[in-house]
Write a protein that binds this ligand. Structure first.
Ligand code: F6P
Length: 325
């Protein structure tokens, strides 16, 4: 079937540079002669019919804005066959022949099911600060979130060192430790506690046994949010009980990590991936996520992208350890 009109939506947790991606998809689509429609609030808008025709001007000056001009949501109704049926009917009514879905794991899982039920061409863009999508070196928003973590932890270091305290700083990442691990390297933290190895070793005990404060009087440990790490609160509680000699504090960075103007690197990958999404549709690709591997655009089947085991470079834990002596 010939594609005439492409719908774009952002879904799940927002991420910096989603707007840059919306801009790129819109402009590349119009450049190639497609009509474009912006779907508001993710899959919710596809069910409720909140859809706006997009011209190039609708995406002017948004490359530098955080958040998403299309708004976003986590839509329960779309997880049901009834919800997806309404979404399909809306697409038919609006004349939308193909979709570009910008979002994380949950959003691409929804896209995969929808595409298989209704035989719709869908291309995904990895929009998440978590960097947890398989088949791409990086995701849209990850670099900006890392920079936000870096700025926050640099500030915490001042107070940690003045008071000679141990800080647990909890960062996001869902079930992945990319933000914690690379955040630790970027801030010169003493350790990163990540879910990928939390069930294999007691990272806290190891850290303390290694005498992590031999040459330092303050310590910052980046902790990936996750039940398996215990989170920053859980670890602080353990320290209070097991190692009362330390003056421990907790900072949970929370949603601040999702905001802000995107970095150059995120704007560039979002722009490249957005253009690539339209090229993929032109080439007849469907049900793939656009990824970047070794600076090259790649197409990753949804089934692969949403696997929950994107490998993390464990050697980097050693890097953190060596560089924090
Ligand atoms: O997937 C992005 C993310 O920020 C995760 O890091 C975090 O676990 C989750 O979303 C938080 O979701 P919400 O904004 O719905 O609280």
């Amino acid at each position: 079937m010939e594609i005439k009109c492409v719908g774009i939506l952002t879904s799940g947790g927002d991420a910096p540079a989603m707007n840059a991606a919306i801009r790129a998809v819109t402009r590349a689509a119009i450049y190639n002669g497609f009509e474009v429609k912006g779907i508001m609030r993710g899959y919710k808008g596809l069910i409720s019919g909140e859809i706006i025709p997009f011209k190039t001007q609708n995406v002017s000056n948004i490359i530098k804005q955080g958040g998403t001009i299309l708004k976003t949501a986590r839509c329960q109704e779309f997880t049901t066959p009834e919800g997806r049926k309404i979404a399909y009917e809306t697409m038919q009514k609006e004349g939308i022949d193909a979709l570009v879905v910008i979002g994380g794991d949950g959003s691409l899982t929804g896209a995969r099911v929808f595409a298989s039920e209704y035989n719709i061409p869908i291309v995904g863009l990895p929009g998440t600060i978590d960097n947890d999508l398989y088949g791409t070196d990086t995701t849209i928003g990850y670099d900006t979130a890392l920079n936000t973590i870096m700025e926050a932890v640099d500030k915490l270091r001042d107070t940690a060192s003045s008071h000679e305290r141990l800080f647990f700083v909890e960062v996001m990442g869902r079930n992945a430790g990319f933000l914690a691990l690379n955040g630790a390297i970027a801030t010169g933290a003493e350790a990163a506690i990540i879910p990928e190895i939390a069930t294999e070793v007691d990272q806290l005990a190891e850290l303390i046994q290694n005498g992590f404060r031999k040459s330092k009087n303050s310590s910052i440990v980046l902790v990936a949010e996750s039940e398996v790490t215990g989170g920053a609160m859980g670890l602080a509680k353990r320290v209070e009980e097991e190692y009362p000699q330390y003056d421990v504090r907790v900072t949970i960075l929370g949603h601040i990590q999702r905001g802000g103007s995107p970095t150059a690197s995120d704007r560039i990958i979002a722009s490249r991936m957005g253009e690539a999404a339209i090229n993929a549709l032109l080439e007849g690709q469907r049900n793939v996520m656009i990824g970047i591997q070794n600076d090259e655009i790649v197409y990753v089947p949804f089934s692969k992208a949403i696997r929950n085991d994107k490998p993390i470079n464990r050697d980097l834990l050693n890097t953190v350890k060596i560089l924090s002596i």
